[in-house]
Design a binder for this molecule. Structure first.
Ligand SMILES: Nc1ncnc2c1ncn2[C@@H]1O[C@H](COP(=O)(O)OP(=O)(O)OP(=O)(O)O)[C@@H](O)[C@H]1O
Length: 377
């Protein structure tokens, strides 16, 4: 079922929670609403569900205008974080609940309800727990039951609000994979809220990045990463290092004693901010033509498959320590030691020219091999 949202806005008293926004969700798509706390994700989800009314705008499910329809008539399934199962009902009674309270005209026969509940419990792989009560289940199992309950009425739209928020990271990961395969298998349209970027990137066909009640960007995870359209999106999707670049009128962006040589093209020859991702930087023990960014190694931390190195700029200004991520292969502990002075060499970056509202310009330094570590003894 496709969902078409047009010019939707919402105020709570004087507060504008959603500024007029539009969004088209395709049939069978899985959409992640991602943004910081208070950006309006839950409000948008609740309006799609019919649990909240918008001040302006329309919502269509397929060709059907549902803007003024009651939540029950919209036929959506919900899963919320900690969405309480009914404590006094067994698991199978919980899953059957939505079917039992249907209008008589639409309600399936008892036999059919039993079969559907059994099938759903099989799908969520918890058939063996059918006779138990919710308090006898783990958090992850409860969320799977919530999902089975939401799917019992065969909704074409499934709405999830931080569904795995309260679970530990291993269970979260498992449930994510499992939700994605269920979504693909059953073919419903899903919209879920998260403030966890990994979750959004891993699960979504497209991610809607929100801030202050606005949609900042809607794109596939790959394109969001490749072509963030604003500093907000860039900042929100992972750690970045920022170089406050002053064009010296000749060849360099400089800041104090540091410099970076951009490309020859005139579009780069302005003041602005250069954003550099942590794994798109090499470390060297000498400056070179491309850059001279001296920095002191403050910490070295192995994290899983990578080593994170934090460096404090020396002789130039930056609000934060710079972070560089290296593979263990690239990392050589003899050369990268706490307290040592090294040179940061950006391999690629995004330039936000001052005083323009253009998308950032991507640049990569072609004369260096990616991943090269340049130590000269
Ligand atoms: N019923 C309400 N009355 C007044 N203000 C509200 C109400 N519901 C939400 N808001 C405000 O609207 C803004 C958006 O809230 P919303 O819950 O949609 O944000 P969110 O992005 O889902 O945040 P979080 O990740 O913290 O859940 C917030 O500033 C919130 O305080």
């Amino acid at each position: 079922m496709s969902i078409s949202i047009n010019n939707l806005s919402k105020t709570f008293g004087q507060f504008q929670a959603l500024t007029p926004l539009s969004l088209d969700i395709h049939d069978g798509e899985m959409i992640g609403l991602l943004g910081p706390s208070g950006s309006g994700k839950t409000t948008l989800l609740r309006i799609i569900a019919g649990l909240e009314t918008a001040n302006t705008g329309t919502i269509h499910f397929g060709g059907r205008d549902v803007t003024h329809l009651h939540v029950r008539e919209r036929r959506v399934g919900f899963v919320f974080q900690n969405y309480a199962l009914f404590r006094h009902m067994t698991i199978e009674e919980n899953v059957a609940f939505g079917l039992r309270v249907m209008d008589k005209k639409e309600r399936p026969s008892n036999q059919e309800i039993q079969k559907r509940v059994k099938d759903l419990l099989d799908i969520v792989q918890l058939g063996h727990l059918a006779k138990r009560y919710p308090e006898q289940l783990s958090g992850g199992q409860k969320q799977r039951i919530s999902l089975a309950r939401a799917l019992a009425t065969k909704p074409e739209v499934l709405l999830l609000d931080e569904p795995f928020g309260a679970l530990d990271s291993k269970v979260r990961k498992e449930l994510r994979r499992w939700l994605r395969s269920l979504h693909d298998e059953l073919g419903f349209t899903s919209v879920f809220v998260t403030h966890d970027q990994d979750e959004a990137m891993e699960l979504s066909d497209r991610v809607v990045v929100m801030s202050n009640g606005c949609i900042e960007q809607v794109d596939t995870p790959a394109r969001l990463y490749e072509q963030p359209n604003s500093r907000f999106v860039f900042d929100f999707l992972g750690n970045v290092n920022v170089f406050n670049a002053q064009w010296d009128g000749a060849q360099h962006w400089s800041n104090g004693q540091a410099f970076i040589t951009p490309h020859q093209e005139s579009q780069f020859q302005h003041n602005g901010l250069l954003y550099v991702r942590s794994h798109e930087i090499s470390l060297a023990n000498k400056e070179n033509k491309q850059a001279s960014l001296p920095a002191k190694v403050m910490s070295v931390t192995p994290i899983g498959a990578e080593v994170r190195v934090e460096l404090a700029p020396q002789g130039w200004e930056s609000d934060q320590y710079w972070e560089v991520r290296l593979s263990h292969r690239q990392f050589d502990s003899d050369k990268i030691r706490r307290g040592g002075i090294l040179y940061l060499v950006p391999q690629a970056g995004y330039f936000f020219a001052q005083d323009t509202h253009q998308d950032p310009l991507k640049l990569a330094w072609p004369f260096l091999e990616k991943d090269a570590v340049m130590f000269e003894i």
